[in-house]
Design a protein around this ligand. Structure first.
Ligand code: HEM
Length: 212
């Protein structure tokens, strides 16, 4: 009979990642979905975009130190923070301040970078569901969804190319653990961030009429 150690050896790292992060992804979806349901105007959507930027931008600053086109397929085309600012510019009427998350995980090496990026990039898989829901709830001309729609019809292709990247890197058990722990940590800290940022945004809207 297979023991856990030999099972780990035959599972692709991406299968292990999916299995290890499934419960945290479900928890995040449950917390996040009500926030999406509360997006009823372009101003609400703007706050959601700022919340994403506050996490993605400082994360990408770290990821850029370890990832490039040689490590990850089409890294230079996977630039989520600039898509978020493009979307923000559609809705922001004046200059704005975006608070950065102070809970982002520290990335120390290429393995942790890959684990963290698995989470940030994977969000595009749910992104199309989220963008459809928001588009039903707000009135706009259809612009401002480049982040959530990401690669559009190419989403599954881009996702699979990224998964192949990780599966083709020779990894020992310690490196695999680093990838998995970084992914878990990214899910958890993102979850903390959305709770915190959502709270700030709601409080400020109540007191000043403006978002964070
Ligand atoms: C309510 C919000 C969300 C919904 C409804 C949702 C839904 C989904 C769905 C349906 C998939 C599977 C897509 C497929 O296999 O074709 C998926 C995958 C994924 N999502 Fe989410 N998601 C949400 C939020 C997020 C967020 C905020 C993140 C990260 C910050 C995230 C990270 C991931 C990852 C990493 C995967 C890939 C899992 C794998 O390896 O197959 N999701 N999501």
């Amino acid at each position: 009979m297979l023991n856990i150690l030999s099972l780990k050896k035959i599972m692709a790292i991406t299968e292990r990642l999916r299995a290890a992060t499934k419960p945290i992804h479900i928890q995040l979806d449950h917390a996040f979905y009500p926030m999406i349901q509360q997006v009823k105007s372009t101003a609400d959507y703007l706050e959601l975009l700022k919340m994403f930027y506050g996490f993605y931008q400082p994360m990408y600053e770290q990821l850029d130190q370890y990832l490039n086109d040689q490590v990850v397929n089409a890294w230079s085309q996977r630039r989520k923070p600039s898509w978020i600012t493009d979307d923000i510019d559609v809705f922001a009427s004046a200059s704005y301040y975006i608070k950065s998350s102070n809970t982002i995980p520290t990335i120390n090496n290429i393995y942790e970078a890959l684990g963290a990026f698995y989470v940030l990039e994977g969000a595009s898989m749910g992104g199309t569901i989220i963008s459809k829901k928001i588009a039903e709830q707000i009135i706009n001309d259809g612009r401002g969804f480049s982040f959530l729609n990401a690669y559009n019809k190419e989403n599954p292709i881009m996702w699979n190319k990224f998964l192949n990247t990780i599966d083709n890197i020779p990894l020992n058990e310690e490196q695999q653990e680093e990838i998995i722990n970084a992914a878990k940590n990214t899910f958890i800290t993102f979850h903390h961030w959305i709770n915190q940022a959502h709270g700030i945004s709601k409080r400020q809207q109540l007191s000043t009429g403006a978002g964070y």
